[in-house]
Ligand binder design. Structure first.
Ligand SMILES: Cc1cc2nc3c(=O)[nH]c(=O)nc-3n(C[C@H](O)[C@H](O)[C@H](O)COP(=O)(O)OP(=O)(O)OC[C@H]3O[C@@H](n4cnc5c(N)ncnc54)[C@H](O)[C@@H]3O)c2cc1C
Length: 395
């Protein structure tokens, strides 16, 4: 494992040469380029946009996709890069997750050749940025209740889209917004959900920034406001309709989260361990007290189990055998684990645990968002409960 801190897991022999190289390169890059600047960006509430092109060069954008300049990583290698991005900051991993899994993946999977050629090469290089608009002020856990709608108009079959999307990662800096909206197809009177690629310069589109976040401060969040935005029929993603469209994208992104949060947990555990080795109270290093060792053991063992879960599901995904509910298990349990590890690590540093320079409080605050977005902890619990019982407790 790419770390100086002991882990009693021995995972290295399970990785091939390329996977190990991707992991150590991602680690080297994030430590060199992100760690020196992340605390300041977090404090200022800014995203390190100056590094986006380098994310592209590292292959972090659209990492698992084939063609269009993408890195064609397998799911395990991709997961390992997510670990290192989130070891730096969940907001950085979120940027790469949104661009890769929520924007490039649906264009690649559901888009036309023309849409792919127009957007994917620039996105892989980090020259173009995308965002994913599903959540609305009154439709969060229940996206099927969305109000944003697209109406066909005119002889060319243009769509006119109106509505409001809320809590949208990257929207203020995006060149294109994927907007999920209800529309009436082919004269039908039952609305279906469709995805639309809405370019930044579309008349009637605005993306006001969301201010006042105390979590994910190094990530840009905003709204997408659509006031009768007219797009050509060719802006629609033709390959999918219904909630399956956005939900299948979220399955891709949640898979990355299930790996990424391991990085936040590792950073917290490793920092807490180092601190407790050095800090002396009652004439002994904190690490020599049984209660401290108990905390370290719990953190370490939880991380090792989370990594094994991610690895196992990664290999299933590589063989096309990973189901959405298994991704719910991964997202739900690893996020909860990372959140617990971060909180315990915070307490192990005493007063210093709340300081920015020790980084743990930043992870802890970020993980509150990760617990809620891409399906809340509760919604994943309900999905898994339904799979175990055959009974839906959603509504
Ligand atoms: C920083 C940030 C970035 C985000 N980025 C994006 C993005 O890029 N694109 C996007 O579309 N969205 C994004 N989101 C939105 C995110 O996915 C939603 O916040 C999330 O889906 C929850 O919706 P909500 O906030 O409306 O909460 P609600 O749905 O109102 O839920 C509130 C609480 O009620 C619980 N609850 C809801 N229904 C049930 C039920 N049936 N049973 C039990 N409990 C229930 C929830 O679990 C939660 O605890 C982002 C959010 C944040 C905070």
């Amino acid at each position: 494992m790419a770390s100086d801190t002991p882990y009693l897991l021995s995972i290295d022999h399970l990785l091939d040469e390329d996977e190990s190289l991707v992991w150590s390169n991602a680690r080297e890059f994030t430590q060199r380029r992100l760690m020196p600047v992340i605390e300041k960006h977090y404090e200022d509430g800014t995203f390190p946009a100056e590094l986006i092109a380098e994310f592209g060069e590292m292959g972090f954008l659209g990492a698992t996709l084939t063609g269009y300049g993408c890195a064609e990583m397998n799911p395990v290698a991709y997961g390992l890069t997510m670990i290192e991005l989130e070891r730096a900051d969940s907001g950085i991993r979120s940027f790469c997750s949104v661009q890769s899994a929520l924007v490039m993946w649906p264009i690649h999977t559901y888009g036309t050749d023309e849409q792919k050629e127009r957007w994917l090469p620039g996105m892989a290089k980090g020259e173009l940025i995308g965002c994913f608009g599903l959540t609305e002020p009154n439709a969060g856990s229940d996206p099927g209740s969305m109000r944003t709608h697209a109406k066909q108009d005119g002889p060319g079959g243009d769509y006119v889209i109106s509505g409001q999307k809320f809590w949208i990662t990257n929207s203020p800096i995006a060149h294109v917004c994927i907007v999920w909206a209800k529309t009436l197809d082919h004269g039908s009177d039952t609305p279906v959900i469709r995805g639309f690629l809405v370019p930044r310069d579309s008349k009637g589109l605005s993306t006001p920034i969301t201010k006042g976040k105390l979590s994910m401060r190094a990530s840009v969040t905003g709204e997408i406001v659509l006031d009768e935005v007219r797009v050509p029929a060719s802006a629609m993603l033709p390959g999918v309709q219904g909630l399956k469209g956005p939900l299948s994208c979220l399955t891709q992104a949640r898979y990355g989260i299930g790996w990424g949060v391991l990085g936040a947990a590792m950073d917290c555990y490793e920092r807490a361990r180092r601190y407790c080795m050095d800090r002396v109270q009652f004439d002994k290093p904190l690490a020599q007290f049984q209660l401290t060792q108990h905390k370290l053991v719990e953190q370490h063992n939880a991380i090792c189990k989370g990594l094994l879960l991610a690895y196992h599901f990664g290999r299933l995904k590589q063989h096309g055998k990973l189901s959405p509910v298994q991704v719910s298990v991964l997202k739900r349990d690893n996020v909860e684990m990372a959140r617990d590890v971060a909180r315990t690590a915070r307490s192990m540093l005493g007063g210093n645990g709340i300081m920015g320079e020790f980084h743990i409080m930043r992870h802890m605050a970020n993980l509150e968002t990760v617990y809620t977005y891409e399906g809340t902890h509760e919604i994943h619990t309900l999905s898994i409960g339904r799979a175990l019982t055959g009974l839906s407790a959603f509504a």
